[in-house]
Design a binder for this molecule. Structure first.
Ligand SMILES: [Fe+2]
Length: 194
């Protein structure tokens, strides 16, 4: 594994650069996973305009890091939001760890996997930043393409098999995810009208 360090500063631009470097170090050899993450980050750059400057940087950093738990060397439990969040917490970025832990309604999959207590190690801020991260992740397909929520869930079912815990969780989470997407979509439209 590439050696990656802690970050103690809170300068927004540096935070984003640090997160991107972490993601590149751990995911850039992972083909489609890396293409997906790069596209989620690009979308976060655009959708982040609904947030204030500090939250924009936090969203972008979380977008870079949200799937870091898929890195084989970090995959301890096999539940990527938890594995990723524990790593980010170890590096000292507590808020981003919470966003990674709870990204895209991860609590539903935690429940099905019997990992609810473990996921509760991390607070769920349930904020507009949380919704924006779900928006960016759910509207970005496995190779970085733009995709609708329904297609995204269907694609996951195709890749994992329909009865796998991941597509089952996403189907259960679909109403909650749709609400998050609608909130962000409406904020973006409001900004476009202004
Ligand atoms: Fe993702």
């Amino acid at each position: 594994m590439v050696l990656v360090g802690r970050v103690s500063h809170v300068d927004p631009d540096e935070l984003v650069r640090w997160a991107e470097a972490q993601a590149a170090a751990l995911l850039s050899g992972m083909g489609d996973r890396w293409r997906h993450v790069q596209a989620v980050a690009a979308r976060a750059r655009e959708a982040g305009r609904i947030l204030d400057d500090d939250d924009q940087a936090v969203l972008l950093a979380a977008a870079w890091l949200h799937d870091i738990g898929y890195t084989p060397s970090l995959a301890i439990t096999g539940f990527h939001p938890l594995d990723g969040a524990r790593y980010v917490r170890m590096l000292g970025q507590e808020r981003i760890a919470g966003l990674v832990a709870h990204h895209s309604a991860a609590h539903v999959e935690a429940e099905l996997r019997g990992l609810r207590t473990e996921l509760a190690e991390f607070p769920d801020e349930g904020s507009e930043t949380t919704a924006a991260l779900a928006y960016c992740d759910m509207l970005t397909g496995p190779t970085g393409e733009t995709i609708a929520l329904e297609q995204r869930i269907a694609d996951v079912a195709r890749r994992y098999g329909p009865e796998h815990v991941v597509p089952r969780s996403l189907r259960l989470a679909q109403p909650e995810l749709a609400r998050s997407l609608a909130i962000v979509d409406s904020s973006l439209r409001q900004l476009d009208r202004a």
